[in-house]
Design a binder for this molecule. Structure first.
Ligand SMILES: Nc1ncnc2c1ncn2[C@@H]1O[C@H](COP(=O)(O)OP(=O)(O)OP(=O)(O)O)[C@@H](O)[C@H]1O
Ligand SMILES: [Mn+2]
Length: 519
């Protein structure tokens, strides 16, 4: 300091003052984006009285919108550290790491949770449903062998499973062959575990970037001819959605894709292809197998970690690179769905999609009768698809996923089939906020599938969803997939959904609200 010139001292002093002002103003902005104490109090009161909460919408404008570069991935910590950060020791829940939260966790569980008129359940209304049809399920996809067994030198790695005497197929072929109009796999299909094992262990023999979409993802090919969609880890698991980021500028979280699969399985929806966590060597498993265009985007970070960014429409430049430690990278691997020629997919706009704009609101946000229009139009009129939207709302609310703009169905089954719940990378971003808006289909239509209601009630009675869900994830190589702080949020959300349905039942009667379509 004594050797500093006066000019330098003035500059440093100036910087300190500007920094101080910035700190104070961000605090002020943030305080507008989280719940105030009185809002929290309101939420607590409303929820314990069984009402759904209409949260005051914040008026956001350009001034408090932060650009995405703020969230650039930092040099990643050692993968080992990541893996042990939330280790659960012999069933004792780990203490959540120090959280940068600005609000205290909110205890929303009502004390007298069983005093709702949901227990015991009256008889639900059944849709006109032909059980015969149900039992003789429509044919599965045409049995096929996806590829000729062409990979010379890889035959030894071709694990085949016996489908019927004399018919041996890979786990991928079985996965595709077992898809039916009710789900991607059957409840007790032993092939799911085989497929998971192959996703975790099979050698990677090919990689290419998947075109389309806003964020980097790769198609990985395995030594048994299977394929998976790979989404790389971008930051550590405890990094939550930036308070100033909209859902559409949020990064995708690879662990959210993994958790979504297990959550879907726990709910027995079977609408997500098996998705697991696995660590790859970026040099050996990606760069070595990449084409020139992809390989050219590899570089070393200043801390000598291997990074790459690929090419895509938004987040594929060196500011948004994916980095390993030094070249180990964890990611999500989702088993690839059947190719289009076998089962093309239909894409549907989600009626309750968000506006994807900072200023515009979607029609459903301002029109409480919005559901009437949806109910009366194809494909929702008299169709399972309307109830499927309620399931999707349950599923997305529990994850906090606001990014459900479209969904897909499998073409061979027409309109009366399950929706796929693909693209879950933006879930599990906030443990501190329940995005009540996601339940809009439920509270605007006042509708719920009977079987889903039963599942929610079971989870509330216990063992709680958090416990079953954690157990389901235990065997994943990327376990613990979610930091502990997510689990209380998940159970809290189950209660909020039940309270929302309960309010509908009080207004409209059980038979109007709860529909049993035997699914
Ligand atoms: N397991 C899968 N098998 C085959 N295709 C898939 C699978 N998962 C996703 N896809 C296809 O890839 C597309 C892109 O996937 P996804 O939506 O997860 O990526 P994204 O980068 O988030 O895309 P977007 O930016 O458009 O939301 C999907 O629309 C879907 O059709
Ligand atoms: Mn997406």
């Amino acid at each position: 300091m004594p050797t500093m010139k006066l000019k330098q001292r003035v500059v440093i002093f100036g910087l300190l003052i500007v920094g101080g002002i910035l700190l104070v103003t961000t605090g002020v902005i943030n305080s507008h984006l989280v719940w105030s104490n009185s809002e929290k109090e309101d939420a607590r009161r409303l929820i314990s009285s069984g009402h759904h909460i209409a949260f005051p919408r914040k008026n956001l404008d350009e001034s408090n919108y932060t650009s995405d570069t703020q969230n650039s991935p930092e040099a990643q910590k050692q993968l080992n550290n990541v893996d042990t950060a939330y280790k659960v020791d012999a069933g004792v829940p780990a203490q959540p790491a120090a959280e940068p939260l600005r609000v205290n966790p909110i205890k929303l569980r009502p004390t007298k949770q069983y005093e709702r008129n949901l227990y015991p359940l009256p008889k639900p209304v059944s849709l006109n449903f032909n059980l015969e049809d149900m039992l003789s399920e429509r044919p599965q996809l045409k049995p096929h062998r996806k590829y000729k067994r062409r990979k010379a030198g890889h035959e030894g790695d071709l694990m085949l499973y016996e489908e019927k005497p004399g018919i041996k197929l890979t786990s991928w072929e079985l996965f595709h062959n077992h898809i039916n109009e009710y789900g991607l796999y059957r409840k007790d299909d032993p092939n799911v575990n085989n497929l998971i094992k192959d996703l975790q262990t099979k050698r990677i023999i090919g990689t290419e970037q998947k075109s389309g979409g806003t964020q980097l993802k790769l198609i990985m090919e395995f030594s048994n001819d299977g394929e998976a969609l790979f989404k790389p880890m971008r930051f550590q698991r405890d990094v939550e959605t930036d308070y100033n980021h909209y859902y559409f500028s949020d990064y995708e979280r690879h662990y959210a894709e993994i958790a979504a699969f297990y959550l879907d399985r726990v709910f027995d929806f079977r609408r997500i292809p098996p998705t697991i966590g696995r660590t790859v060597n970026m040099t050996y498993d990606i760069k070595r197998l990449a084409n020139r265009k992809l390989a050219k985007t590899f570089f070393f970070s200043p801390s000598n970690n291997v990074c790459f960014h690929g090419s895509c429409s938004y987040y594929c430049d060196s500011n948004h690179a994916v980095c390993g430690y030094p070249d180990l990278l964890e990611g999500s691997f989702a088993a690839f769905l059947p190719p289009d020629k076998l089962a093309d997919r239909e894409t549907w706009r989600h009626p309750w999609r968000r506006s994807y704009s900072r200023r515009r609101k979607a029609a459903w946000e301002t029109d409480d009768t919005y559901c009437e229009g949806v109910r009366n139009r194809t494909p929702y009129v008299n169709s399972r698809q309307l109830l499927d939207l309620m399931d999707m709302a349950v599923f997305d609310f529990i994850q906090g996923n606001l990014d459900r703009h479209h969904y897909e169905t499998m073409d061979p089954y027409g309109n009366e089939t399950f929706p796929l719940h693909l693209d879950n990378g933006r879930g599990f971003g906030k443990t501190w906020k329940d995005e009540i808006d996601i339940l809009a289909p439920i509270y605007q239509c006042c509708l719920m599938r009977y079987s889903t209601l039963l599942k929610l009630i079971d989870f509330e009675k216990g063992p709680p969803l958090s416990q079953v869900f954690r157990k389901a994830m235990e065997r994943d190589l990327a376990y613990p997939i979610l930091p502990e702080k997510h689990f209380p949020a998940i159970d809290r959300r189950v209660t909020i959904i039940l309270n929302t349905v309960n309010k509908c039942i009080q207004q409209k009667g059980f038979k109007e609200v709860v529909i049993d379509d035997k699914l």
